[in-house]
Structures are given as C-alpha cells and as structure tokens.
Design a protein around this ligand. Structure first.
Ligand SMILES: Nc1ncnc2c1ncn2[C@@H]1O[C@H](COP(=O)(O)OP(=O)(O)OP(=O)(O)O)[C@@H](O)[C@H]1O
Ligand SMILES: [Mg+2]
Length: 294
C-alpha cells in the first residue's frame, strides 16, 4: 500500500481520457504492462466472441509497499479473460502481456491466481492444500509445515489446519485459496472476484484481511470486482472497463486512506470517491451490474 497520498482525498481524481495508450503512472519498469491486447473466443456455433479489445495499461512496480490495481467492470465484460491472459492460461489474439518487462508465454509460479469459484483438492486438508505449491517446489516437509502454518494463522484458520475443505464455509475456503496462493510468493497475485459469493459481513472481513495480509508483504495485486465500494476500499488504482469487449474507459488513482477500517466507508472522503466513480459509470453508460457498496 502506498505510504504517500497519490492525490489529495478532497480532490476528485481526474480520469485519463478513454483510449489513452498505456495507461499508467510509473517511470520505472512497470510490474505489469498490457500492450494492445485483443482476445476472442469461438462459441459453440463457431461465432467469434470478442472479449477484449485494444487494452493497454500499466501497473506500477512499488518495491517495499506493493500496489493493488482493481479491474471494475460489468458482468461478462471480459475481466476474467484479461486475468487469464496475465496468468498465461490463454494466449491473446494479438498484443502482449509483460511482467517485469518480460513477455508472458505461459503459466508460471511468479503469478498466483485466486479464482472466482472455489478451487481445492477436496481430499487434502487445509494445510495440505496450502502446501501443494511448496511440495511441487521440493521443499522439505518440516519447512513446508512451518511456512504453511504461518500463512494459515495469518488468514485466521489456525484451528482448521487439519480440516477438509468440505468442513469449511465459503469464506474459509477462500481464505485457504488466498493462503495457498501466497505460499508460492508470487510477484503478481491475480484475484478474480474472490469474495463474490460471500455474504456482506464475511466479505467485509475478507477485504480487511486482504489489506492486513498484503501490508506485511510488497505484493502487486490485480483484483477484479464489480462492486464500487470494494474497489475504492481496496484499490490504489482502479481501471474502469467497458461492456464487452472490455476496453479501459478510465484510470482512477484512489486517494490514500490512512486508516482502512470499518469506519472508512462512512466517511465523506470515501463517499466522494465512490460518487465520483459512479458519475463516471453513468456518463460512460456502464452502470449495469455494477453495485454500490454492500
Ligand atoms: N470459453 C469461452 N468460450 C466462449 N466465450 C467465452 C468463453 N469464456 C468467456 N466467454 C465470453 O467472453 C466474454 C467475457 O467473459 P469473462 O469471463 O472474461 O467476463 P467477466 O467480465 O469475467 O464476467 P463476470 O463478471 O460475470 O465473471 C463473455 O461474453 C463470455 O460469454
Ligand atoms: Mg469473471
């Protein structure tokens, strides 16, 4: 999280004009750069579905503090598609994904994804799930156990390390997914609406958990949501995406809120940013399916 304000809380953050190439603010090599991405699918009838169109943006590299970039866009616009391209799970029709300046050509441990739906090994306990990536790396059992238990404690599941996924609630399962992703120490964490299926109270707790966990590390996170409040609460920078095919409509630097706690959402400064984004959404005609708050 940034230690300095990216813009004063009282000011309305000015959006970059739509279509500005390579939206970003960093002068050093960005952590992530998307260059002119076009991605399409072929549906069952053989028709081409254009999911992503001409997306160019950068996410800054902020050593020692990390950066959380939010993709805010309506359902079906192409958010997961962009994340999958960054993860290396699909290849763009044209354009490039660069991580630390290096083109992505496939999946890699430097990028960890928390998926939209729960993904676990049902027969493995919480600890064994978290240890999965460490096993693949050949880390010795004692070290694996130490690392995984520390992460399990950090996500608040200390008493559930030996439980199976089916014995956990939805929120707990997503905590396991987060711990499992963090275990690999990825440079880039990709979170695809990780709290979408959770009730408001659990969701609120998970948002705070994410901020707490990330405060102790300097991760760069791409976080997908269609919830304006969640975007403002978590984001250092928000990319507002259009209806499908996804294009970047706006890049918004969120004022740095010193205290991000339960009271923040009630403050004038927070509401001002929320309203600013809502105005942009109405002006851009992309308000459909974008929720305000919880
Ligand atoms: N494998 C596929 N084959 C064909 N079309 C697809 C495929 N995957 C996604 N699409 C289409 O591409 C578009 C973008 O999908 P994507 O999953 O990226 O949207 P999204 O923004 O993540 O939506 P949501 O918020 O509902 O998760 C949608 O119209 C979807 O129907
Ligand atoms: Mg999606």
């Amino acid at each position: 999280m940034p230690e300095q304000p990216t813009s004063p809380p009282a000011a309305s953050p000015a959006p970059a004009p739509a279509g500005t190439p390579r939206l970003g603010s960093s002068t050093t090599l960005p952590k992530l750069e998307l260059q002119d991405l076009f991605i399409s699918y072929t549906d069952r009838q053989g028709r081409t579905v254009q999911a992503v169109e001409n997306v160019s943006l950068t996410v800054a590299n902020k050593p020692g503090q990390g950066e959380l970039a939010v993709f805010l866009g309506p359902s079906g616009c192409g958010k997961s598609t962009i994340l999958k391209a960054v993860a290396g799970l699909l290849t763009p029709d044209s354009g490039q994904v660069l991580v630390d300046g290096v083109p992505v050509t496939g999946t890699g441990r430097d990028r960890g994804m928390v998926f939209q739906s729960y993904t676990h090994f049902a027969w493995r306990t919480v600890r064994q799930n978290v240890e999965y990536g460490l096993e693949l790396q050949g880390i010795a059992p004692a070290e694996r156990k130490k690392l995984s238990l520390a992460l399990i404690e950090q996500v608040g599941l200390k008493d559930f390390a030996d439980h199976l996924p089916r014995q956990l609630s939805g929120g707990m399962k997503q905590r396991v997914a987060i711990a499992r992703t963090l275990a690999n120490k990825p440079k880039l964490i990709l979170m695809d609406e990780p709290f979408g299926a959770l009730d408001p109270q659990t969701r609120w707790g998970m948002q705070t958990l994410i901020l707490d966990v990330l405060r102790t590390q300097d991760n760069t996170v791409l976080f997908v949501t269609h919830d304006v409040s969640e975007a403002v609460y978590l984001g250092d920078v928000i990319f507002v995406l259009s209806h499908r095919p996804a294009r970047v409509l706006h890049r918004i630097e969120v004022p740095y809120f010193k205290e991000r706690d339960a009271k923040l959402k009630q403050t004038e400064a927070f509401k001002r940013v929320e309203n600013h984004i809502l105005d942009l959404l109405y002006e851009s005609n992309v308000q459909g399916n974008i929720r305000v708050g919880l």
